[in-house]
Design a protein around this ligand. Structure first.
Ligand code: PRP
Ligand code: URA
Length: 367
């Protein structure tokens, strides 16, 4: 009898081509036990890339859309590495029942990873069985799991997505989410968040030598950021709300502007203005917009800056929807996305849930 996976909870399962047979076996085990599950592929023996499946399953566990996940590849190693990059995911590679049991009892594992090439199908059933029923023991193990879960200031959700989950940024995000936050405070806090994020975004900015005379002597520091290195490109209108905050941190940046709005009916981006710095190819470009929703505006803006020669581009938003991240990383896999948070999903009219509403209207008091 299943004691630790209540019926309403779902399990997401995924595998690459090497894990296909084992995944079918896992499906049979879950079906026999009456546990609802989502099979997220792969569904054919054609060769695929394990991170693609690790990311969909671990992403669902990370966002709380399913209670647990099961991932399978040949050795289980790639899936474990990829899944454990997601916040709140504790993926355990288990080749024996004992490991599966302990991963639940001591580590509260929420993703079971199986090694199809090292584990006979009968053992797969037994391992899954052990993992499903073993409860987390809590006590001293809670303390240890909490330490594992202690957030870093920079958290990598995907190799090209960075969430800056510093408590003060998260606090300020909570302030602007509140519908009672008025335009003045909203604008001020967006400005503050933008400054704080700018520190992280510019972490890898190139520096030059500079000779300075201190009150004591002449010296050369290798730590000077000159102009002509960075270009900030806000997407009008809401991106304007972030510019002042970013320029407080990096005042030597050039600023370009791209005017794009979403057509309310089609949600497609409509461009109406573009003025970029003249030497984009030499600059590290940061495209900024508080909201990454469907991703249409960000993709269009980055298309523009690439057409103008830009090669090193980051996208900085305050809130991102998983749908927007997916679209942007698919269209521009070379562009790092830096955000303060990833929310649950979009609603039927393309607004981020729970989100903060219409960023442009809240910044400029137009509603
Ligand atoms: C908002 C926001 C983004 C866009 C995001 O702008 O500032 O630019 O929506 O949505 P997407 O990812 O689905 O493209 P909006 O269209 O409301 O224009 P505005 O800034 O002029 O208010
Ligand atoms: N644009 C916004 O301003 N907010 C959303 O939630 C989505 C798009």
């Amino acid at each position: 009898m299943v004691t630790t996976v209540p019926e309403r909870q779902r399990i997401a399962i995924g595998a690459d081509h090497a894990g296909l047979e084992a995944k079918r076996q896992v499906g049979r085990v879950l079906q026999d036990k009456g546990i609802p599950f989502d099979d997220l592929g792969t569904h054919t023996p054609a060769s695929v890339d394990y991170p693609d499946y690790a990311q969909v399953v671990a992403g669902k566990v990370s966002r709380g859309e399913v209670e647990r996940g099961i991932l399978i590849c040949g050795s289980g190693i790639g899936m474990s590495i990829a899944a454990n990059r997601f916040p709140r995911v504790r993926a355990a590679l288990c080749t024996t029942e004992e490991m599966a049991r302990l991963s639940r009892q001591h580590n509260d594992s929420n993703v079971l990873v199986l090694a199809a090439r090292l584990t006979p199908l009968d053992d797969v059933s037994r391992i899954v069985d052990a993992w499903l029923v073993a409860p987390f023991e809590g006590g001293r193990h809670s303390r240890r799991v909490e330490k594992v879960e202690t957030p870093c200031d920079r958290r990598f959700v995907h190799s090209m997505v960075t969430i800056i989950d510093h408590p003060m940024i998260q606090h300020k995000l909570t302030v602007i989410r509140d519908e009672a936050c008025d335009t003045k405070v909203f604008r001020e806090v967006v400005d503050e968040i933008s400054s704080l994020m700018a520190y992280e975004i510019t972490r890898d900015i190139p520096t030059d030598d500079k000779q300075v005379r201190t009150p004591m002597k002449m010296t050369v520091t290798g730590k000077y950021v000159r102009g002509g290195r960075v270009g900030i490109v806000p997407i009008l209108r809401a991106g304007l709300g972030m510019i002042h905050g970013i320029l407080k941190v990096i005042p030597m940046a050039a600023v370009g502007h791209i005017g794009i709005y979403r057509d309310h009916d089609t949600l497609k981006p409509v461009e109406y203005y573009c003025k970029l710095p003249g030497h984009c190819e030499d600059l590290s470009i940061i495209v900024v917009d508080p909201m990454l929703a469907t991703g249409g505006s960000a993709v269009a803006a980055i298309d523009y800056v690439k057409k103008r020669g830009a090669k090193r581009i980051k996208f900085n938003c305050i809130l991102a929807a998983p749908e927007g991240i997916e679209r942007l990383t698919a269209a521009h896999p070379d562009v790092e996305i830096v955000a303060a948070g990833i929310d649950e999903r979009l609603n039927e009219v393309g607004y981020i849930l729970p989100g903060l509403g219409d960023a442009g209207d809240r910044l400029f008091g137009t509603k």
